[in-house]
Ligand binder design. Sequence first.
Ligand code: NAD
Length: 511
Amino acid sequence: MSPAPTPSGSIPALTSAPPELDIWQRLMGTTEIGSHVAGQVLPGTGDEVELVDPAAETVLAGYRDGAEAAVDAAVDAAASAQRIWWGLTASERGRILWGIGAQVREHLEQIARLEARSAGKPLQDATGETTKVAEMFEYYAGWADKQHGEVIPVPTSHLTYTVREPYGVIAQMTPWNAPVFTAGWQLAPALAAGNGVVLKPSELSPLTSLLLARLVERAGAPVGLVNVIAGLGPTAGNRLVTHPGIAKVVFVGSPATGRRIAAAAAEQLTPCVLELGGKSANIVFDDAILDRAVGGAAAAIFSGSGQSCVAGSRLLVQRSVHDQVVERLGKLGAAIRQGDPMDPDTQVGPVQNRAQLERITAMVQDARAGAEVVTGGMRLERPGFFYPPTLLAGVANTDDIAQREVFGPVVAAIPFDDEEEAIALANATDFGLAGAVWTGAADRGHRVAAALRAGTVWVNSYKTINVMAPFGGFGHSGFGRSSGYDGLLEYSEPKAVWVETDAEAPLAFGY
Ligand code: NAD
Protein backbone atom coordinates (compact mmCIF):
# COMPACT_ATOMS: atom_id res chain seq x y z
CA MET A 1 0.00 0.00 0.00
CA SER A 2 1.46 3.38 -0.92
CA PRO A 3 0.96 6.56 1.05
CA ALA A 4 -0.46 9.49 -0.82
CA PRO A 5 2.24 11.83 -2.11
CA THR A 6 2.00 15.25 -0.43
CA PRO A 7 1.85 18.58 -2.24
CA SER A 8 5.24 19.85 -3.36
CA GLY A 9 7.30 21.74 -0.80
CA SER A 10 5.31 20.57 2.22
CA ILE A 11 7.87 18.22 3.81
CA PRO A 12 7.93 19.18 7.48
CA ALA A 13 11.33 19.85 9.02
CA LEU A 14 12.46 17.66 11.89
CA THR A 15 12.98 20.76 14.01
CA SER A 16 9.25 20.83 14.69
CA ALA A 17 9.09 17.09 15.35
CA PRO A 18 8.30 15.43 18.70
CA PRO A 19 11.20 14.62 21.05
CA GLU A 20 11.23 10.95 20.05
CA LEU A 21 12.81 12.05 16.76
CA ASP A 22 15.77 13.79 18.47
CA ILE A 23 17.85 10.63 18.12
CA TRP A 24 17.68 11.00 14.37
CA GLN A 25 19.50 14.33 14.38
CA ARG A 26 21.97 13.12 17.01
CA LEU A 27 22.99 9.93 15.18
CA MET A 28 22.55 11.00 11.57
CA GLY A 29 23.95 14.53 11.96
CA THR A 30 21.17 16.16 9.93
CA THR A 31 17.53 17.11 10.24
CA GLU A 32 16.86 15.81 6.76
CA ILE A 33 15.40 12.35 6.22
CA GLY A 34 16.73 10.29 3.37
CA SER A 35 18.27 6.95 2.52
CA HIS A 36 21.41 5.80 4.36
CA VAL A 37 23.84 5.08 1.55
CA ALA A 38 27.62 4.70 1.84
CA GLY A 39 27.52 6.17 5.34
CA GLN A 40 25.65 9.32 4.32
CA VAL A 41 22.06 10.49 4.44
CA LEU A 42 21.13 10.71 0.78
CA PRO A 43 18.08 12.92 0.17
CA GLY A 44 15.59 11.44 -2.24
CA THR A 45 14.45 13.06 -5.46
CA GLY A 46 11.14 11.32 -6.09
CA ASP A 47 7.62 11.76 -4.70
CA GLU A 48 7.20 13.23 -1.25
CA VAL A 49 6.16 10.82 1.50
CA GLU A 50 4.64 11.80 4.85
CA LEU A 51 5.31 9.88 8.03
CA VAL A 52 2.14 10.00 10.10
CA ASP A 53 1.86 9.45 13.86
CA PRO A 54 -0.68 6.60 13.97
CA ALA A 55 -1.91 7.59 17.44
CA ALA A 56 -2.63 11.21 16.57
CA GLU A 57 -2.95 11.31 12.77
CA THR A 58 -0.47 14.21 12.72
CA VAL A 59 2.48 14.39 10.34
CA LEU A 60 5.74 13.53 12.12
CA ALA A 61 8.15 14.18 9.29
CA GLY A 62 8.54 13.63 5.59
CA TYR A 63 11.04 12.69 2.93
CA ARG A 64 11.36 12.22 -0.80
CA ASP A 65 11.36 8.76 -2.35
CA GLY A 66 14.97 7.63 -2.88
CA ALA A 67 13.71 5.83 -5.99
CA GLU A 68 16.06 4.14 -8.47
CA ALA A 69 19.02 6.52 -7.94
CA ALA A 70 19.39 5.72 -4.24
CA VAL A 71 19.18 1.99 -4.95
CA ASP A 72 21.86 2.12 -7.64
CA ALA A 73 24.23 4.03 -5.35
CA ALA A 74 23.45 1.66 -2.47
CA VAL A 75 24.17 -1.51 -4.46
CA ASP A 76 27.55 -0.09 -5.53
CA ALA A 77 28.40 0.88 -1.95
CA ALA A 78 27.36 -2.53 -0.61
CA ALA A 79 29.43 -4.36 -3.24
CA SER A 80 32.60 -2.44 -2.34
CA ALA A 81 32.06 -2.79 1.40
CA GLN A 82 31.24 -6.49 1.11
CA ARG A 83 34.67 -7.19 -0.39
CA ILE A 84 36.30 -5.52 2.63
CA TRP A 85 33.97 -7.34 5.02
CA TRP A 86 34.67 -10.75 3.52
CA GLY A 87 38.39 -9.95 3.65
CA LEU A 88 38.29 -9.66 7.44
CA THR A 89 38.82 -12.73 9.57
CA ALA A 90 35.69 -14.52 10.72
CA SER A 91 36.44 -13.61 14.32
CA GLU A 92 36.80 -9.93 13.42
CA ARG A 93 33.36 -10.05 11.80
CA GLY A 94 32.01 -11.72 14.93
CA ARG A 95 33.42 -9.00 17.17
CA ILE A 96 31.85 -6.28 15.02
CA LEU A 97 28.49 -8.07 15.04
CA TRP A 98 28.66 -8.26 18.82
CA GLY A 99 29.47 -4.53 18.79
CA ILE A 100 26.31 -3.81 16.76
CA GLY A 101 24.33 -5.54 19.50
CA ALA A 102 26.10 -3.32 22.05
CA GLN A 103 25.24 -0.22 20.01
CA VAL A 104 21.59 -1.24 19.96
CA ARG A 105 21.65 -1.76 23.73
CA GLU A 106 23.31 1.63 24.24
CA HIS A 107 20.55 3.39 22.28
CA LEU A 108 17.76 0.99 23.19
CA GLU A 109 15.44 3.36 24.97
CA GLN A 110 15.61 6.03 22.28
CA ILE A 111 15.16 3.54 19.44
CA ALA A 112 12.18 2.01 21.24
CA ARG A 113 10.62 5.43 21.78
CA LEU A 114 11.07 6.34 18.13
CA GLU A 115 9.57 2.99 17.09
CA ALA A 116 6.63 3.50 19.44
CA ARG A 117 5.94 6.95 18.05
CA SER A 118 6.41 6.23 14.37
CA ALA A 119 5.01 2.70 14.15
CA GLY A 120 2.32 3.23 16.83
CA LYS A 121 3.63 0.34 18.92
CA PRO A 122 3.05 0.33 22.67
CA LEU A 123 6.31 1.30 24.34
CA GLN A 124 6.56 -2.02 26.13
CA ASP A 125 6.30 -3.88 22.79
CA ALA A 126 8.79 -1.56 21.10
CA THR A 127 11.23 -1.99 23.98
CA GLY A 128 10.92 -5.79 23.86
CA GLU A 129 11.40 -5.88 20.10
CA THR A 130 14.44 -3.58 20.19
CA THR A 131 15.99 -5.76 22.90
CA LYS A 132 15.48 -8.72 20.59
CA VAL A 133 17.39 -6.88 17.86
CA ALA A 134 20.42 -6.69 20.17
CA GLU A 135 20.00 -10.42 20.87
CA MET A 136 19.90 -11.18 17.14
CA PHE A 137 23.30 -9.55 16.54
CA GLU A 138 24.71 -11.24 19.64
CA TYR A 139 23.43 -14.64 18.53
CA TYR A 140 24.79 -14.35 14.99
CA ALA A 141 28.07 -12.87 16.29
CA GLY A 142 28.61 -16.34 17.74
CA TRP A 143 27.99 -17.96 14.36
CA ALA A 144 30.46 -15.73 12.46
CA ASP A 145 33.44 -18.02 13.12
CA LYS A 146 31.55 -21.31 13.19
CA GLN A 147 30.44 -21.60 9.57
CA HIS A 148 32.77 -24.18 8.15
CA GLY A 149 32.54 -26.80 5.50
CA GLU A 150 32.94 -30.55 5.53
CA VAL A 151 35.36 -33.10 4.17
CA ILE A 152 33.45 -35.53 1.93
CA PRO A 153 34.71 -39.16 1.87
CA VAL A 154 34.59 -39.48 -1.94
CA PRO A 155 35.46 -42.87 -3.50
CA THR A 156 38.41 -41.45 -5.48
CA SER A 157 41.86 -40.21 -4.47
CA HIS A 158 40.61 -36.63 -4.08
CA LEU A 159 40.49 -34.54 -0.98
CA THR A 160 37.01 -33.10 -1.40
CA TYR A 161 35.86 -30.38 0.93
CA THR A 162 33.19 -27.70 1.05
CA VAL A 163 33.37 -24.07 2.02
CA ARG A 164 30.44 -21.70 2.49
CA GLU A 165 30.60 -18.43 0.60
CA PRO A 166 28.41 -15.33 0.92
CA TYR A 167 26.17 -14.40 -2.00
CA GLY A 168 27.54 -10.85 -2.21
CA VAL A 169 24.89 -8.14 -2.03
CA ILE A 170 21.49 -9.08 -0.62
CA ALA A 171 18.26 -7.14 -1.20
CA GLN A 172 15.89 -7.11 1.75
CA MET A 173 12.38 -5.69 1.85
CA THR A 174 10.41 -5.41 5.08
CA PRO A 175 6.86 -4.39 6.12
CA TRP A 176 5.61 -1.77 8.59
CA ASN A 177 4.38 -3.86 11.50
CA ALA A 178 7.66 -4.49 13.36
CA PRO A 179 10.24 -2.39 11.50
CA VAL A 180 13.35 -2.51 13.67
CA PHE A 181 12.72 -6.10 14.72
CA THR A 182 12.41 -7.27 11.13
CA ALA A 183 15.44 -5.27 10.02
CA GLY A 184 17.63 -6.83 12.74
CA TRP A 185 16.15 -10.26 12.05
CA GLN A 186 17.38 -10.20 8.45
CA LEU A 187 20.49 -8.01 8.72
CA ALA A 188 22.24 -10.01 11.44
CA PRO A 189 22.41 -13.39 9.63
CA ALA A 190 23.16 -11.71 6.28
CA LEU A 191 26.19 -9.97 7.78
CA ALA A 192 27.27 -13.02 9.79
CA ALA A 193 27.46 -14.99 6.54
CA GLY A 194 29.65 -12.30 4.96
CA ASN A 195 27.24 -10.33 2.77
CA GLY A 196 26.58 -6.67 2.15
CA VAL A 197 22.95 -5.52 2.25
CA VAL A 198 20.57 -3.02 0.72
CA LEU A 199 17.43 -2.96 2.85
CA LYS A 200 14.21 -1.24 1.85
CA PRO A 201 11.90 -0.98 4.83
CA SER A 202 8.27 0.00 4.44
CA GLU A 203 7.93 3.60 3.28
CA LEU A 204 5.48 4.06 6.18
CA SER A 205 7.94 3.40 9.03
CA PRO A 206 11.59 3.52 7.84
CA LEU A 207 13.22 5.60 10.61
CA THR A 208 14.47 2.92 13.01
CA SER A 209 15.83 0.78 10.16
CA LEU A 210 17.77 3.80 8.90
CA LEU A 211 19.18 4.36 12.38
CA LEU A 212 20.22 0.72 12.58
CA ALA A 213 22.39 1.18 9.46
CA ARG A 214 24.20 4.00 11.25
CA LEU A 215 24.75 1.81 14.33
CA VAL A 216 26.24 -0.92 12.15
CA GLU A 217 28.92 1.54 11.05
CA ARG A 218 29.46 2.91 14.55
CA ALA A 219 30.31 -0.67 15.58
CA GLY A 220 33.14 -0.75 13.03
CA ALA A 221 31.60 -2.38 9.95
CA PRO A 222 32.90 -1.07 6.62
CA VAL A 223 31.06 2.05 5.48
CA GLY A 224 28.36 1.02 3.01
CA LEU A 225 28.05 -2.58 4.21
CA VAL A 226 24.43 -1.89 5.17
CA ASN A 227 22.47 0.65 3.16
CA VAL A 228 18.84 1.44 3.88
CA ILE A 229 16.55 3.03 1.31
CA ALA A 230 13.83 5.50 2.26
CA GLY A 231 11.61 4.86 -0.69
CA LEU A 232 8.48 3.43 -2.25
CA GLY A 233 7.82 -0.15 -3.38
CA PRO A 234 7.02 0.36 -7.07
CA THR A 235 10.08 2.60 -7.61
CA ALA A 236 12.90 1.84 -5.15
CA GLY A 237 11.65 -1.65 -4.23
CA ASN A 238 11.18 -2.72 -7.82
CA ARG A 239 14.62 -1.42 -8.84
CA LEU A 240 16.18 -3.27 -5.93
CA VAL A 241 14.64 -6.62 -6.84
CA THR A 242 15.63 -6.33 -10.49
CA HIS A 243 19.07 -4.77 -10.01
CA PRO A 244 21.75 -6.94 -11.68
CA GLY A 245 24.08 -6.43 -8.70
CA ILE A 246 21.70 -8.21 -6.33
CA ALA A 247 22.54 -11.86 -5.67
CA LYS A 248 19.59 -12.80 -3.45
CA VAL A 249 16.25 -11.27 -2.49
CA VAL A 250 14.72 -11.67 0.96
CA PHE A 251 11.18 -10.35 1.20
CA VAL A 252 8.98 -10.00 4.28
CA GLY A 253 5.50 -8.74 3.49
CA SER A 254 2.13 -9.50 1.98
CA PRO A 255 1.43 -12.48 -0.29
CA ALA A 256 0.30 -10.16 -3.10
CA THR A 257 3.59 -8.23 -3.17
CA GLY A 258 5.55 -11.42 -2.54
CA ARG A 259 4.14 -12.93 -5.70
CA ARG A 260 5.20 -9.91 -7.75
CA ILE A 261 8.66 -9.94 -6.21
CA ALA A 262 9.20 -13.65 -6.77
CA ALA A 263 8.21 -13.21 -10.43
CA ALA A 264 10.54 -10.22 -10.89
CA ALA A 265 13.41 -12.07 -9.18
CA ALA A 266 12.79 -15.13 -11.36
CA GLU A 267 13.24 -13.00 -14.48
CA GLN A 268 16.80 -12.32 -13.28
CA LEU A 269 17.23 -15.88 -11.99
CA THR A 270 17.80 -14.35 -8.56
CA PRO A 271 16.96 -16.73 -5.70
CA CYS A 272 14.60 -15.47 -3.04
CA VAL A 273 13.21 -16.11 0.40
CA LEU A 274 9.59 -15.12 0.99
CA GLU A 275 8.21 -14.51 4.49
CA LEU A 276 4.52 -13.80 3.83
CA GLY A 277 1.24 -13.70 5.69
CA GLY A 278 -0.74 -16.17 7.76
CA LYS A 279 -4.16 -17.21 8.98
CA SER A 280 -3.05 -19.19 11.97
CA ALA A 281 -5.31 -21.64 13.78
CA ASN A 282 -5.31 -21.51 17.56
CA ILE A 283 -6.95 -24.76 18.71
CA VAL A 284 -8.48 -25.08 22.19
CA PHE A 285 -9.49 -28.57 23.38
CA ASP A 286 -11.84 -29.07 26.31
CA ASP A 287 -9.06 -30.68 28.37
CA ALA A 288 -6.94 -27.50 28.29
CA ILE A 289 -6.40 -25.23 31.29
CA LEU A 290 -8.99 -22.77 30.05
CA ASP A 291 -7.66 -19.74 31.95
CA ARG A 292 -4.37 -20.10 30.13
CA ALA A 293 -5.96 -20.94 26.80
CA VAL A 294 -8.22 -17.88 26.90
CA GLY A 295 -5.40 -15.58 28.04
CA GLY A 296 -3.18 -17.05 25.34
CA ALA A 297 -5.88 -16.57 22.71
CA ALA A 298 -6.23 -12.89 23.66
CA ALA A 299 -2.47 -12.32 23.41
CA ALA A 300 -2.32 -14.30 20.16
CA ILE A 301 -4.61 -11.92 18.31
CA PHE A 302 -4.91 -8.65 20.21
CA SER A 303 -1.26 -7.91 21.04
CA GLY A 304 0.28 -5.54 18.52
CA SER A 305 -3.30 -4.77 17.36
CA GLY A 306 -3.17 -8.08 15.52
CA GLN A 307 -0.58 -6.71 13.08
CA SER A 308 1.49 -9.84 13.25
CA CYS A 309 2.01 -12.44 10.56
CA VAL A 310 1.52 -15.20 13.18
CA ALA A 311 -1.56 -13.62 14.82
CA GLY A 312 -3.97 -16.29 16.07
CA SER A 313 -6.81 -15.08 13.87
CA ARG A 314 -8.78 -18.36 13.70
CA LEU A 315 -9.81 -19.64 17.12
CA LEU A 316 -10.93 -23.27 16.83
CA VAL A 317 -12.74 -24.31 20.04
CA GLN A 318 -14.08 -27.73 21.01
CA ARG A 319 -17.86 -27.47 21.07
CA SER A 320 -18.24 -28.51 24.72
CA VAL A 321 -16.31 -25.40 25.89
CA HIS A 322 -16.98 -23.13 22.91
CA ASP A 323 -19.54 -20.79 24.47
CA GLN A 324 -17.57 -20.48 27.68
CA VAL A 325 -14.30 -19.69 25.86
CA VAL A 326 -16.00 -17.18 23.57
CA GLU A 327 -17.66 -15.39 26.47
CA ARG A 328 -14.43 -15.18 28.47
CA LEU A 329 -12.32 -14.07 25.50
CA GLY A 330 -14.89 -11.37 24.68
CA LYS A 331 -14.62 -10.01 28.21
CA LEU A 332 -10.80 -10.10 28.12
CA GLY A 333 -10.77 -8.30 24.76
CA ALA A 334 -13.12 -5.58 25.99
CA ALA A 335 -10.93 -5.01 29.08
CA ILE A 336 -7.67 -4.50 27.18
CA ARG A 337 -6.11 -1.10 27.79
CA GLN A 338 -5.91 0.55 24.38
CA GLY A 339 -4.36 3.98 24.06
CA ASP A 340 -1.33 6.16 23.50
CA PRO A 341 1.68 3.97 22.61
CA MET A 342 3.92 6.23 24.71
CA ASP A 343 1.93 5.46 27.88
CA PRO A 344 3.70 2.59 29.67
CA ASP A 345 0.32 1.16 30.75
CA THR A 346 -0.98 0.82 27.20
CA GLN A 347 -1.38 -2.80 26.12
CA VAL A 348 -2.59 -2.17 22.58
CA GLY A 349 -2.00 0.89 20.40
CA PRO A 350 -3.46 1.99 17.09
CA VAL A 351 -3.00 0.16 13.81
CA GLN A 352 -0.10 1.63 11.88
CA ASN A 353 -1.82 3.45 9.04
CA ARG A 354 -5.12 4.69 7.70
CA ALA A 355 -5.26 2.28 4.77
CA GLN A 356 -4.91 -0.66 7.17
CA LEU A 357 -7.61 0.75 9.45
CA GLU A 358 -9.94 1.05 6.48
CA ARG A 359 -9.16 -2.50 5.38
CA ILE A 360 -9.95 -3.90 8.84
CA THR A 361 -13.15 -1.85 9.04
CA ALA A 362 -14.32 -3.10 5.65
CA MET A 363 -13.51 -6.76 6.35
CA VAL A 364 -15.39 -6.75 9.67
CA GLN A 365 -18.29 -4.90 8.06
CA ASP A 366 -18.55 -7.62 5.40
CA ALA A 367 -18.30 -10.38 8.02
CA ARG A 368 -21.09 -8.93 10.18
CA ALA A 369 -23.79 -10.28 7.88
CA GLY A 370 -23.03 -13.89 8.78
CA ALA A 371 -21.42 -13.62 12.22
CA GLU A 372 -22.15 -12.52 15.77
CA VAL A 373 -20.00 -9.63 17.00
CA VAL A 374 -19.10 -10.63 20.58
CA THR A 375 -16.92 -7.60 21.22
CA GLY A 376 -15.50 -4.67 19.23
CA GLY A 377 -16.45 -4.48 15.59
CA MET A 378 -16.40 -0.71 15.02
CA ARG A 379 -13.49 1.72 14.73
CA LEU A 380 -13.09 3.89 17.83
CA GLU A 381 -14.39 7.45 17.66
CA ARG A 382 -11.18 9.23 18.60
CA PRO A 383 -8.17 10.63 16.78
CA GLY A 384 -5.66 7.99 15.72
CA PHE A 385 -6.07 4.75 13.79
CA PHE A 386 -7.63 2.82 16.69
CA TYR A 387 -9.57 -0.38 16.11
CA PRO A 388 -10.75 -2.28 19.19
CA PRO A 389 -10.12 -5.95 19.98
CA THR A 390 -12.83 -7.73 18.01
CA LEU A 391 -14.24 -11.24 18.40
CA LEU A 392 -16.62 -12.72 15.86
CA ALA A 393 -18.50 -15.94 16.62
CA GLY A 394 -20.67 -18.14 14.43
CA VAL A 395 -18.08 -18.02 11.65
CA ALA A 396 -17.62 -20.87 9.16
CA ASN A 397 -14.05 -21.79 8.26
CA THR A 398 -14.87 -21.17 4.61
CA ASP A 399 -16.02 -17.57 5.25
CA ASP A 400 -13.87 -14.78 3.91
CA ILE A 401 -13.06 -13.57 7.42
CA ALA A 402 -11.65 -17.03 8.24
CA GLN A 403 -9.64 -17.36 5.05
CA ARG A 404 -8.20 -13.90 4.29
CA GLU A 405 -5.56 -12.23 6.41
CA VAL A 406 -7.04 -9.21 8.23
CA PHE A 407 -3.78 -8.05 9.84
CA GLY A 408 -5.74 -6.42 12.64
CA PRO A 409 -7.14 -7.29 16.11
CA VAL A 410 -9.92 -9.48 14.72
CA VAL A 411 -10.44 -13.14 15.61
CA ALA A 412 -13.05 -15.56 14.26
CA ALA A 413 -14.24 -18.32 16.62
CA ILE A 414 -15.13 -21.63 14.97
CA PRO A 415 -16.43 -24.71 16.85
CA PHE A 416 -15.22 -28.31 16.26
CA ASP A 417 -16.22 -31.69 17.64
CA ASP A 418 -13.09 -33.84 17.75
CA GLU A 419 -9.35 -33.89 17.07
CA GLU A 420 -9.73 -35.04 13.50
CA GLU A 421 -12.06 -32.18 12.67
CA ALA A 422 -9.83 -29.65 14.45
CA ILE A 423 -6.83 -30.68 12.34
CA ALA A 424 -8.85 -30.67 9.13
CA LEU A 425 -10.19 -27.16 9.83
CA ALA A 426 -6.76 -25.86 10.87
CA ASN A 427 -5.19 -27.09 7.64
CA ALA A 428 -8.04 -25.90 5.41
CA THR A 429 -6.26 -22.68 4.44
CA ASP A 430 -3.79 -21.63 1.77
CA PHE A 431 -1.48 -20.30 4.49
CA GLY A 432 0.88 -22.29 6.69
CA LEU A 433 2.82 -19.93 8.90
CA ALA A 434 1.95 -20.87 12.48
CA GLY A 435 -0.60 -22.56 14.73
CA ALA A 436 -1.17 -23.58 18.32
CA VAL A 437 -2.87 -26.26 20.36
CA TRP A 438 -4.08 -25.97 23.96
CA THR A 439 -4.60 -29.33 25.66
CA GLY A 440 -3.96 -31.13 28.94
CA ALA A 441 -2.88 -34.30 27.11
CA ALA A 442 0.81 -34.42 26.12
CA ASP A 443 0.21 -37.09 23.48
CA ARG A 444 -2.48 -34.99 21.81
CA GLY A 445 -0.20 -31.93 21.87
CA HIS A 446 2.52 -33.78 19.94
CA ARG A 447 0.03 -35.46 17.61
CA VAL A 448 -1.62 -32.21 16.61
CA ALA A 449 1.74 -30.42 16.29
CA ALA A 450 2.83 -33.12 13.86
CA ALA A 451 -0.38 -32.89 11.84
CA LEU A 452 -0.49 -29.10 11.45
CA ARG A 453 0.86 -27.79 8.16
CA ALA A 454 2.69 -24.78 9.54
CA GLY A 455 6.27 -23.58 10.00
CA THR A 456 5.81 -22.93 13.72
CA VAL A 457 3.52 -24.73 16.19
CA TRP A 458 3.05 -23.87 19.85
CA VAL A 459 1.68 -26.29 22.42
CA ASN A 460 0.04 -24.57 25.42
CA SER A 461 1.69 -21.32 24.38
CA TYR A 462 1.46 -18.70 21.63
CA LYS A 463 3.68 -16.16 19.82
CA THR A 464 6.94 -16.92 21.59
CA ILE A 465 9.72 -16.64 19.05
CA ASN A 466 13.45 -16.41 19.40
CA VAL A 467 16.32 -15.82 17.03
CA MET A 468 17.67 -19.29 17.88
CA ALA A 469 14.74 -21.17 16.28
CA PRO A 470 13.91 -21.33 12.56
CA PHE A 471 10.86 -19.44 11.33
CA GLY A 472 9.03 -19.48 8.02
CA GLY A 473 6.00 -20.62 6.14
CA PHE A 474 4.45 -23.51 4.28
CA GLY A 475 2.15 -22.92 1.31
CA HIS A 476 1.18 -19.32 0.62
CA SER A 477 3.03 -18.18 3.74
CA GLY A 478 6.23 -18.33 1.74
CA PHE A 479 9.39 -20.34 1.34
CA GLY A 480 12.86 -20.37 2.86
CA ARG A 481 13.57 -19.84 6.54
CA SER A 482 14.68 -17.02 8.79
CA SER A 483 16.28 -17.16 12.25
CA GLY A 484 18.42 -19.83 13.78
CA TYR A 485 20.93 -21.90 11.87
CA ASP A 486 18.49 -22.49 9.02
CA GLY A 487 18.16 -18.73 8.57
CA LEU A 488 21.94 -18.36 8.47
CA LEU A 489 22.23 -21.00 5.73
CA GLU A 490 19.93 -18.93 3.49
CA TYR A 491 22.68 -16.31 3.29
CA SER A 492 25.55 -18.42 1.97
CA GLU A 493 26.19 -21.02 -0.72
CA PRO A 494 28.30 -24.17 -0.42
CA LYS A 495 31.21 -24.65 -2.81
CA ALA A 496 32.78 -28.09 -3.32
CA VAL A 497 36.56 -28.19 -3.94
CA TRP A 498 38.14 -31.38 -5.40
CA VAL A 499 41.90 -31.70 -4.87
CA GLU A 500 43.63 -34.65 -6.58
CA THR A 501 46.06 -36.20 -4.09
CA ASP A 502 47.50 -38.88 -6.43
CA ALA A 503 49.66 -37.60 -9.31
CA GLU A 504 49.35 -41.02 -10.98
CA ALA A 505 45.55 -41.23 -10.81
CA PRO A 506 43.87 -41.80 -14.18
CA LEU A 507 42.61 -38.50 -15.63
CA ALA A 508 38.84 -38.40 -15.81
CA PHE A 509 37.34 -38.19 -19.30
CA GLY A 510 33.72 -37.52 -18.42
CA TYR A 511 32.11 -37.89 -14.97
P1 NAD B 1 3.68 -5.12 1.62
O1 NAD B 1 3.78 -6.37 0.87
O2 NAD B 1 2.70 -4.10 1.18
O3 NAD B 1 5.09 -4.38 1.67
C1 NAD B 1 6.27 -5.00 2.13
C2 NAD B 1 7.48 -4.30 1.53
O4 NAD B 1 7.49 -4.48 0.13
C3 NAD B 1 7.49 -2.79 1.76
O5 NAD B 1 8.81 -2.39 2.01
C4 NAD B 1 7.02 -2.26 0.42
O6 NAD B 1 7.44 -0.95 0.16
C5 NAD B 1 7.67 -3.24 -0.52
N1 NAD B 1 7.08 -3.29 -1.86
C6 NAD B 1 5.81 -3.03 -2.21
N2 NAD B 1 5.66 -3.17 -3.55
C7 NAD B 1 6.86 -3.53 -4.04
C8 NAD B 1 7.36 -3.83 -5.34
N3 NAD B 1 6.58 -3.78 -6.42
N4 NAD B 1 8.65 -4.19 -5.47
C9 NAD B 1 9.45 -4.26 -4.39
N5 NAD B 1 9.04 -3.97 -3.13
C10 NAD B 1 7.77 -3.62 -2.96
O7 NAD B 1 3.40 -5.57 3.12
P2 NAD B 1 2.90 -4.66 4.31
O8 NAD B 1 1.48 -4.29 4.06
O9 NAD B 1 3.91 -3.59 4.55
O10 NAD B 1 2.99 -5.69 5.54
C11 NAD B 1 1.96 -6.53 5.92
C12 NAD B 1 2.19 -7.95 5.43
O11 NAD B 1 3.46 -8.44 5.85
C13 NAD B 1 1.20 -8.95 5.98
O12 NAD B 1 0.73 -9.79 4.95
C14 NAD B 1 2.01 -9.76 6.98
O13 NAD B 1 1.51 -11.03 7.24
C15 NAD B 1 3.35 -9.78 6.33
N6 NAD B 1 4.40 -10.09 7.30
C16 NAD B 1 5.02 -11.32 7.24
C17 NAD B 1 6.00 -11.67 8.17
C18 NAD B 1 6.67 -13.02 8.12
O14 NAD B 1 7.73 -13.16 8.71
N7 NAD B 1 6.12 -14.03 7.49
C19 NAD B 1 6.35 -10.75 9.16
C20 NAD B 1 5.70 -9.53 9.21
C21 NAD B 1 4.72 -9.20 8.27
